[in-house]
Design a binder for this molecule. Structure first.
Ligand code: ZN
Length: 209
């Protein structure tokens, strides 16, 4: 079985230990695949700088795709609370990092998540965790945005959810397909945010501040 390398810490994002100790073994099969990849790229996996690269890459890939081993229920646990709040809640500028499924290159940026509670609220730090569950997979930005919105709907049954994501894609930037500073914006609206234009424009006003 593959070891999962991501560890959760209370009150913050989980961090990866991507160092490689001499002689350390992690995932022999994956490390061998990466060694073969290095050979195929006409590199020498035995040279000093690359000797522990298969191990580090295996750990990095495991961490960056750690979302496959997580569920929204795992990360939220008991952080959904009864509360007589019906006002819009917005969590702005949540950093996220994901991998595009077409090139396995990073895309990263910021997410804004809003919801209209129906007597249930969620711990604010959990919103970023929910995004990580889906970001740490091979993704396309549109699906990531929709999955985050659907998860918020499922976990709280609020009146509505809005997720807006703005990201830079290295597969476009590094190939020069797009201007270096361009970014892609995606949104997913559920419930009131989809049905009510006034709710949407209230959201946009609050996000722009
Ligand atoms: Zn791509």
């Amino acid at each position: 079985m593959k070891k999962r390398n991501s560890t959760f810490s209370e009150g913050g994002h989980y961090a990866a230990d991507l160092d490689a100790a001499p002689g350390e073994r992690y995932d022999a099969e994956l490390e061998e695949l990466i060694r073969k990849l290095l050979l195929r790229l006409k590199e020498d996996p035995e040279r000093e700088g690359l000797r522990r690269t298969p191990l580090r890459v295996a750990k990095a890939l495991d961490f960056l795709t750690g979302g496959y081993g997580m569920t929204v229920q795992d990360v939220v646990r008991d952080a959904v609370f009864e509360e007589q709040c019906e006002e819009m809640v917005i969590v702005k500028d949540i950093e996220f990092y994901s991998l595009c499924e077409h090139h396995v290159l990073p895309f990263f940026g910021k997410a804004h998540v809003a919801y209209l509670p129906d007597r249930k609220v969620i711990g604010l730090s959990k919103v970023a965790r929910i995004i990580d569950v889906f970001a740490r997979r091979l993704q396309v930005q549109e699906r990531l945005t929709n999955q985050a919105a659907d998860a918020m709907m499922e976990i709280m049954q609020p009146h509505g959810v809005a997720v807006i994501m703005e990201a830079s894609h290295l597969c476009m930037m590094m190939r020069g397909v797009q201007k270096q500073n361009s970014s892609a914006i995606t949104s997913a609206m559920r419930g009131t945010f989809r049905e009510n234009a006034r709710t949407r424009s209230e959201l946009m006003d609050l996000i722009r501040r």
